[in-house]
Design a protein around this ligand. Structure first.
Ligand code: ADP
Ligand code: MG
Length: 238
């Protein structure tokens, strides 16, 4: 599970069109990176998939079902925010458990899911701390933990590392890649950072002004960029 299909999706804010008709297939288990300069529509596209924005026209299918009218909480996707959005007064355990408590999952199952998420994220020793007692990287992991316990069909990340310093970014990049391997779940990752795109992606979607300039593996884009814009972005010599 985790196949997402965009069919002639458009988005306008008032009279301003930011996403022209766009088609995109994201396969189950794929790590897909949306990359492009600031303002090109990466966040908007992610928010359309999450259901946090309504499409102006077109359709979004998740695992073969039309999700266009489905509210965000029912799409089975988990958005990981860069600002963490953790509850400062709650322990790590309670932060991670939050979506399970909201869904009235029974305590034994909550505990099982929290332990599993904590283990996957190396947070087992930190479950009784509060967010203020954690490093930036650990807080980011708690935010991911809160997404994991919902067992989403896909994780959506919007520039999750932009609050972190350079060394920690490299670390977290590796951790997220490892997590993708462990969970084997679709991940869509938005960044304006070419290095993140090239090192993390199975498939890169290069965006410019809401248009898809090219879709391909890092190697395909490097070897055969379709135009100067893609070449410039990917850093190959064309
Ligand atoms: P990116 O994430 O690639 O930096 P965004 O998706 O945030 O780009 O924005 C794409 C374009 O849509 C920008 O021109 C931005 O100003 C515009 N935009 C985004 N959200 C809104 C909104 N809620 N209302 C009006 N314009 C918006
Ligand atoms: Mg953005």
């Amino acid at each position: 599970m985790g196949h997402i299909s965009l069919n002639q999706v458009t988005k306008s804010f008032g009279d301003v069109n930011v996403i022209p008709p766009l088609d995109l297939e994201i396969n189950d288990g794929e790590f897909v990176v949306f990359v492009g300069p600031s303002g090109c529509g990466k966040s908007t596209l992610l928010r359309l998939i999450a259901g946090l924005e309504d499409v102006t026209s077109g359709h979004i299918e998740i695992d073969g079902k039309d999700a266009t009218e489905v509210p965000p909480a029912k799409r089975g996707l988990a958005m990981v925010f860069q600002s963490y959005a953790l509850y400062p007064h709650m322990s790590v355990r309670k932060n991670i458990a939050f979506p399970l408590r909201m869904a009235k999952v029974d305590q034994a199952e909550q505990d099982r899911k929290i332990e599993a998420a904590a283990k996957a994220l190396n947070l087992t020793d930190y479950l009784d701390r509060r967010p203020g007692q954690l490093s930036g990287g650990q807080r980011q992991r708690v935010a991911i933990g809160r997404a994991i316990v919902r067992e989403p069909a896909a994780f959506l990340f919007d520039e999750p590392l932009s609050n972190l310093d350079a060394a920690l970014r490299v670390n977290m990049r590796l951790e997220i890649s490892e997590l993708h391997q462990t969970l084997d779940t679709t991940m869509i990752y938005v960044t304006h950072d070419q290095v993140e795109a090239m090192t993390m992606a199975d498939k890169i979607v290069v965006l410019r002004a809401g248009n898809i300039e090219q879709v391909g593996s890092p190697l395909e884009l490097y070897r055969a960029p379709r135009n100067k814009f893609v070449a410039g972005f990917i850093g190959s010599p064309k």
